[in-house]
Design a protein around this ligand. Structure first.
Ligand SMILES: Cc1cc2nc3c(=O)[nH]c(=O)nc-3n(C[C@H](O)[C@H](O)[C@H](O)COP(=O)(O)OP(=O)(O)OC[C@H]3O[C@@H](n4cnc5c(N)ncnc54)[C@H](O)[C@@H]3O)c2cc1C
Length: 459
């Protein structure tokens, strides 16, 4: 049977969007889509028409776990992502949470120039008596919270009816020109028109996408040569050990091949401590020796052994850490594509990076904002949604992969093994140039460029 003439074709139903994964990025996408949906449904009907506007799209978020959860640690939202949260209408809420973590004397408050403290840098091996050698500022002030607080905030804006738990994707398939069938470990299946993989660094969507094209080896995450001990320490203990200035101030202690970071979180009740250790002698992608990337309940003596010889203030803080977790720092190599047909990757699934610029989740938040905007475009249909996904890839891939590579370089900068070494003037110049470029993104321009690409592809 031939194709029906366009006038006799049934109007396509609403676009059915499936989001895989309910971490920070999947939830931001769900929030952004819910917001777009609300906006479109509240649009008045066309003049002369009484028909209510049909829902432009529907979406469901599938999460493999039984409930949403985040690890017990802090997270920093960069100025670039704060602009997105503001555009999504949750910026003020987030800023209130972050400001609630600031402690007296911490210096994060935003000054007349619109900037507040980002981090204070000191040598962690006691050089210069452990006194600050550089203070870096950020637009909007330092925006850290406990991860669970951020997750809760996002969740409050996502309709519960759009979320399904205990849905672990194991497979998807698509007939040419047809819808996508998504299969879950519990034996159930769902149909959708577009599948968005926000399922983290070990993404199943990414593996299936690359496997289908014989490209599996191109997407294997790689160890960066670094690992980090993570813990939350009660603030009063840190205050008693090192005094108010060091406790309150977001701080980085730098030494060759290691650096320790700390800042207050959870309404200032805890100090989030992350102590990195690296081995740069084996090159960029050495092999990580153990099966697990994350070990829990690690003997704190191992941390103290790794930090032997550190400055007395760092030692005093690390001695308060009990049974930390230890994380191997992996990233995803530069993927040749984020999109195949009606399937796209975002967040860590597309570009997991080392955490040295505090911008991995922030980049995923940029992805989510852009994707939601494109998918809500009034001209998107199940037949052309792949063009909208392509526009997302065209705008996001180069920027985020550049940031990912810079993040690795920034780890070397913080650990005094970059070309800047311990030259404080050069160190400060490189750090400021890099972070300014990341933070100064024009998120409206990103959207406009992507929409223009999509509209051009329809012409
Ligand atoms: C030490 C450290 C510090 C960091 N600090 C910062 C920081 O300060 N600022 C910042 O911006 N970033 C930071 N990051 C990076 C940030 O943590 C990540 O980029 C971010 O959490 C990724 O979010 P995501 O939603 O993409 O993935 P994830 O958080 O990994 O979420 C993926 C979700 O998908 C679900 N899932 C997985 N597989 C399936 C499946 N098959 N089916 C269904 N669901 C599935 C999982 O259960 C999970 O809920 C840091 C990272 C590390 C390691």
């Amino acid at each position: 049977m031939g194709d029906l003439p366009p006038s006799e074709k049934p109007a396509p139903g609403p676009l059915r969007i499936a989001i895989l994964g309910g971490g920070i990025v999947g939830l931001t996408l769900a929030l952004a889509l819910a917001q777009q949906q609300q906006q479109q449904l509240s649009d008045p009907p066309a003049p002369g028409s009484n028909t209510p506007v049909p829902p432009p799209f529907t979406f469901t978020l599938y999460e493999s776990a039984a409930h949403f959860s985040e690890i017990g640690a802090g997270i920093m939202i960069g100025w670039n992502a704060l602009k997105v949260l503001r555009a999504l209408g949750v910026g003020e809420e987030y800023e209130a949470l972050a400001r609630g973590c600031w402690l007296e004397g911490g210096g994060q408050a935003v000054g007349r120039d619109g900037e507040g403290l980002f981090f204070q840098f000191r040598f962690g091996d006691g050089r210069r008596g452990g006194e600050p050698f550089f203070t870096m500022r950020t637009p909007g002030g330092q925006m850290n919270t406990h991860r669970a607080e951020l997750l809760e905030l996002l969740l409050a804006h996502v309709p519960a009816s759009c979320v399904k738990f205990q849905k672990q994707l194991i497979r998807y398939s698509q007939q040419p020109g047809g819808s996508i069938t998504v299969a879950f470990r519990d034996g159930t299946q769902e149909e959708c028109d577009v599948l968005l993989g926000a399922d983290g660094i070990k993404s199943t969507v990414r593996k299936l996408m690359y496997e289908a094209r014989g490209d599996l080896a191109l997407q294997e995450p790689r160890w960066s040569g670094s690992y980090a001990y993570r813990a939350l320490v009660p603030t009063e203990k840190v205050l008693a050990a090192v005094g108010r200035t060091i406790t309150s101030t977001p701080m980085m202690w730098l030494a060759p091949s290691q650096h320790a970071v700390h800042y207050p979180v959870a309404g200032g009740k805890y100090i989030n401590v992350v102590a990195f250790k690296s081995d740069y002698t084996k090159g960029r992608c050495p092999t990580w020796e153990t099966q697990d990337w994350v070990e829990h309940d690690v003997d704190e003596k191992e941390l103290m052994k790794d930090y032997e010889g550190c400055a007395s203030q760092v030692k005093a803080i690390l001695e308060l850490v009990k049974r930390p977790s230890r994380w191997a720092m992996f990233d995803v190599p530069d993927l040749p594509y984020f999109v195949q047909g009606d399937v796209a990757l975002l967040g860590d699934a597309a570009h997991a990076m080392t955490p040295h610029q505090g911008n991995g989740a922030s980049q995923g938040i940029e992805d989510a904002h852009l994707l939601a905007h494109l998918l809500a475009h009034p001209k998107v249909t199940p037949d052309n949604v792949s063009a909208a996904l392509k526009a997302y890839e065209l705008v996001r891939k180069d920027r985020v992969q550049r940031i990912k590579e810079l993040s690795y370089e920034t780890g070397r900068l913080w650990e005094l093994v970059s070309p800047a070494g311990d030259n404080v003037t050069e160190f400060a110049r490189v750090a400021e140039d890099r972070m300014d470029w990341i933070w100064s993104v024009d998120i409206s321009k990103q959207l406009q460029t992507a929409v223009a690409w999509f509209e051009m592809s329809l012409a």
